[in-house]
Design a protein around this ligand. Structure first.
Ligand SMILES: [Zn+2]
Length: 174
């Protein structure tokens, strides 16, 4: 869900109202299914999902909701043209659709945030954490099905077999 930077920026925002605004948007997306971050700039659409520029400090994150047009992919400013990152975030939308919003918000969102905060420490790769490789796997499958010649960026957004030493698992499977 979160990339390397947003975990840290959320950690910083726990000291001020930004965190509560963020929490409000998360809960609203989950429960009510339609609430973008106030004042956010919409920059496009990906497979029916609104793309926004993340108004928080830095980082990218995704909020699945009950329908694609109520979801939101929030890209950090540096990534608004980063097709690989968008497609990774779209994998989190597919998790919400395939595994359910309860699974997404009670397990994936929480564990992904914790993982993102460890990113870069002692060589830790957040993108190899199971919540991320699962998202990559779902999105890669979607793109290869839709565009058979599609080249997924396995270096940046690996699937589980490319992450030796990281336990692969399907979220909410046990
Ligand atoms: Zn992610």
């Amino acid at each position: 869900m979160f990339n390397d930077y947003v975990g840290r920026s959320i950690g910083q925002n726990t000291q001020n109202n930004g965190f509560y605004l963020f929490l409000d948007v998360v809960v609203s997306s989950w429960i009510y299914g339609n609430r973008a971050v106030p004042g956010v700039t919409r920059i496009g659409t990906l497979n029916g999902v609104p793309l926004y520029e993340n108004p928080f400090a830095s980082g990218s994150f995704t909020l699945p909701a009950s329908t694609r047009d109520a979801c939101g992919i929030y890209l950090q400013s540096a990534s608004i043209n980063d097709g690989d990152e968008m497609k990774h975030e779209f994998g989190h939308i597919l998790q919400g659709e395939d595994l359910g919003l309860w699974c997404f918000y009670t397990e994936i969102a929480i564990n992904s945030t914790k993982s993102a905060r460890k990113s870069g420490q002692n060589g830790y790769r957040h993108q190899c954490y199971y919540t991320e490789t699962d998202a990559n796997s779902r999105s890669k499958t979607y793109y290869l099905f839709t565009y058979p010649d599609f080249l997924w960026n396995d270096d940046r957004f690996p699937i589980a077999p490319l992450c030796p030493g990281y336990e692969p698992r399907t979220p909410c499977s046990n």
